[in-house]
Design a protein around this ligand. Structure first.
Ligand SMILES: Nc1ncnc2c1ncn2[C@@H]1O[C@H](COP(=O)(O)OP(=O)(O)OP(=O)(O)O)[C@@H](O)[C@H]1O
Length: 791
């Protein structure tokens, strides 16, 4: 209730007119939605034609008008039966004509009355009315007083809740001592529903009316209390937002004062969004947000802030949930492998099996595949082909020479310039959490006082542990279980045993000359032509020229050198074309020297003749199989043994064992006993700068020794490999396939091997077997019989 209304009301109550003077017949106006109570002052907007007339005509009736509520407020033209019988006689206090033709009238309720009859219905309603008097109680007993007090108090409370309470209202309420007046005053301000209002109006017993009002008031009070509560909550929310906004603005202002820009805030918001987007595991997200809060509290340019910033950058750039969808069409995968690689049947078969299992059971934690073989045989490119076939990203990390555990696992953040380990860096570069991750040269892992990288790698590779790999820098677990790790090594011997235990080795030995020629034609040359901007029309290789490049310009198990030579030929032709020369350039055996210079590897064997004290062993090195000369010389002395040529301990022991065998069997071998005491023995293995080791040269050393002591020549077309026991037994060796390829490259035609290695002949390509004769032996005597030429 506005204060102005209250003032008016007081005035009206004081100036209450004489009810007897009210005419019996007065105009009648139906009203909608509002019940007018006695003493109530109310502005009415009158728009309907009949109502306008009634109000205007009221002037003729001492400004009295009977107001009765329509039963249906929607009705535009209510008739006599559409209004309630009981209504209010009101007096028009003020009337203003509005520009749109409507009338604004201020009316004041004077008395309750009953509509007795409609005297006039046309033009406007005129009705006969009968005043209804209230039934007042005889006296105000304690109950009525209590009721009145209750109503007054609740009214004050309600007004207070709505923020409309004032001292005047309190005064007004306290001055009212009639239950009927109190009921009407409160009811007129309660915003009641029409039915409730009408019911109150029709109740003539003032106490009963007040009781009814009291009930409605109590209900309204409850409603308003709840509403106020809701509003307070909404307000709180709004004011909290406003407060936050205000504080943020203040922080901005402070930052500006401190010389820091808005960039900081933008950065924080940016980080927050990125962290949310990353979909980190719950614990990790908590930690990241904690670090972000720390960053927020720091000076923008402080060194610690930049440490945290780098850390958060690292977190948000890691592929926590990003994966590529696996493509597991085995036929297509086979095509991809075939397209990129010639031969390598075993490796391809194993890869396809792996992919098939993955297709049928994606959850199976597969074995870790490790390709073992000399450099340049296609280990890395096989890894790439796997990624291509599965449509995964590929990343390669070379482990060669990594000695520090921190390289794998990262440095703790307390170190200056700390970084995450190479594994996480790789994943960050890939941008997905399921790439094919190739760990190259696992056999070259070092280990020293800086920790053991192999134990960290164990955690990376082991499917039982790697779903929560902990990087020191990141300091939260990262799931590596979706990564497909593929390892490569040149030799299996030096792979740390704990790692070896978890791998499946796939051996890839070197290629034969024929294989190399085919690979060069089908794969390497097309690639090199493309790299150098040439086409097949620019160049023509004669078949012999390619053979020549393979045999005279390269000596390797793999294909790197060959690739370089082809590149060199292509480069030279590219230059000619760029200089303007026209035509198709032929590369033949005759003009090869123009492109590649003189041949670099003339078959050494061709230069060597069978000699006394010179045996040919076969070794298996990191770069594939190789032949190895064992030179032995005798010179007058006291029977001492000299070993040179950077040979390792195992090889030295082999040499001693071979000498002991020779001494022990001197008679059978036809050696004079004196020869051992009067001569010093020197065994040398060229090339002296390359370290050599291993027991497999045992029979070659024995052969060279016996040859030196007996003066019989060793057949230079015979190569041999086998460990020797003191009693002359020939023990098995490893890497037979590589050694055989090495022998072929060296121009050897016969290879002596231990009987126990006979089973390995199965793995040797037919083309090699057709060019080499393999002699399987059990005892050194057999070797000597075969290798030593008759005098
Ligand atoms: N069977 C093959 N068919 C076609 N190309 C091959 C084959 N094997 C190797 N290559 C090619 O030879 C080159 C050297 O191969 P790659 O780099 O994969 O060797 P690697 O075994 O990984 O060597 P390293 O041990 O030094 O890393 C690559 O260009 C590769 O495409």
């Amino acid at each position: 209730m506005a204060e102005a209304d209250i003032d008016d009301l007081i005035e009206i109550i004081e100036k209450e007119g004489n009810i007897e003077d009210i005419p019996k017949v007065i105009p009648m106006m139906p009203v909608r939605d509002v019940v007018v109570f006695t003493d109530m002052l109310l502005p009415l907007f009158v728009g309907r034609e009949k109502s306008i007339k009634a109000i205007e005509e009221s002037v003729e009736f001492d400004r009295y008008v009977f107001l009765s509520v329509q039963k249906d407020s929607e009705m535009e033209k209510p008739g006599p039966s559409d209004v309630y019988d009981i209504g209010t006689i009101a007096r028009v206090q003020k009337m203003i004509k509005m520009p749109d033709g409507r009338i604004k009238a201020l009316v004041q309720g004077i008395s309750k009355a009953r509509l007795v009859e409609f005297v006039q219905k046309r033009s406007f309603f005129k009705v006969r009315v009968e005043i209804i008097s209230d039934v007042e109680p005889d006296s105000l007993d304690i109950e009525i007083e209590a009721l009145m007090r209750n109503v007054k108090e609740n009214s004050e409370k309600l007004l207070a809740l709505k923020g409309e309470f004032s001292g005047d209202v309190g005064d007004l309420l306290s001055h009212i001592d009639s239950p009927g007046k109190l009921a009407d005053l409160v009811a007129s301000n309660l915003n009641l529903k029409v039915e409730d209002g009408q019911a109150i109006l029709e109740t003539t017993d003032t106490v009963a009316r007040l009781t009814r009002v009291n009930d409605l008031l109590a209900r309204e009070l409850d409603l308003s209390t709840v509403q106020a509560k809701i509003q307070t909550h909404v307000k709180d929310e709004i004011s909290k937002n406003q407060r936050d906004y205000y504080l943020r603005e203040q922080v901005k202002a402070i930052h500006r004062e401190l010389g820091e820009s808005d960039d900081k805030l933008a950065e924080i918001v940016d980080f927050k969004e990125k962290i949310k987007k990353c979909k980190l595991p719950e614990e990790c997200e908590k930690e990241a947000l904690k670090q972000l809060t720390r960053l927020e509290q720091m000076h923008f340019d402080s060194s610690e802030a930049s440490v945290i910033r780098t850390y958060l950058d690292c977190i948000v750039e890691l592929p926590w949930s990003k994966t590529t969808k696996d493509f597991l069409d085995i036929k297509k995968a086979e095509e991809v492998l075939e397209q990129n690689h010639y031969g390598l049947d075993k490796a391809k078969e194993r890869i396809l099996e792996y992919l098939s299992v993955r297709k049928l059971n994606p959850k199976k934690k597969g074995q870790i595949i490790c390709f073992v073989g000399p450099p340049g045989v296609g280990k890395t490119s096989l890894g790439r082909a796997i990624a291509k076939a599965m449509k995964r990203k590929f990343h390669r990390l070379s482990l060669g020479g990594i000695r520090d555990e921190a390289e794998i696992r990262g440095h703790r953040r307390t170190y200056i310039g700390a970084m995450p380990g190479r594994i996480l860096q790789g994943l960050r570069q890939c941008g997905t959490k399921n790439p094919v991750f190739m760990l190259d040269e696992i056999d070259k892992l070092g280990n020293d006082f800086r920790g053991d990288p192999s134990s960290a790698l164990l955690e990376v590779l082991d499917p039982e542990q790697n779903f929560e790999f902990s990087d020191h820098y990141l300091n939260m677990p990262f799931d590596l279980s979706d990564v497909l790790f593929v390892l490569t090594a040149n030799m299996a011997d030096t792979i740390p045993s704990a790692l070896l235990d978890r791998m499946e080795l796939i051996h890839i030995s070197g290629y034969t000359r024929q294989e190399k020629v085919v690979i060069a034609k089908q794969h390497l040359l097309p690639r090199k032509l493309k790299d150098n901007g040439l086409t097949r029309r620019n160049i023509q290789f004669s078949p012999n020229a390619m053979e020549s490049i393979v045999s005279e310009y390269t000596l390797e198990a793999g294909l790197r050198e060959l690739e370089r030579k082809l590149d060199s030929v292509c480069r030279k032709i590219a230059r000619k074309i760029a200089e303007g020369q026209k035509g198709r350039f032929a590369v033949t055996c005759q003009n090869l020297t123009q492109y590649l210079g003189p041949p670099q590897y003339i078959n050494e064997m061709d230069q060597e003749e069978s000699q006394v004290g010179l045996a040919t062993g076969l070794a298996w090195t990191e770069v594939g199989g190789e032949h190895l000369y064992i030179e032995t010389s005798l010179f007058p002395g006291k029977g001492e043994l000299q070993l040179t040529g950077q040979i390792g301990e195992v090889m030295q022991e082999s040499a001693r064992a071979a000498l002991t065998y020779t001494k022990a069997n001197q008679e059978a071998l036809g050696i004079d006993k004196e020869a051992f005491d009067s001569n010093d023995i020197h065994i040398h293995v060229p090339a002296g700068a390359i370290p050599k080791d291993g027991p497999s040269a045992g029979i070659a050393i024995a052969t060279a020794l016996v040859s030196a002591f007996t003066g019989k020549k060793v057949n230079n077309k015979v190569g041999m490999t086998g460990e020797i026991s003191l009693r002359g037994r020939v023990l098995p060796i490893g890497g037979l396939k590589e050694k055989a390829l090495g022998a072929l490259r060296a121009g050897i035609n016969t290879v002596i091997i231990p009987e126990k290695n006979k089973k390995d002949l199965h793995d040797i390509p037919k083309s090699v077997k057709s060019k080499l004769t393999f002699i399987c032996v059990k005892d050194v005597r057999e070797v000597l019989d075969f290798a030593l030429e008759a005098e």
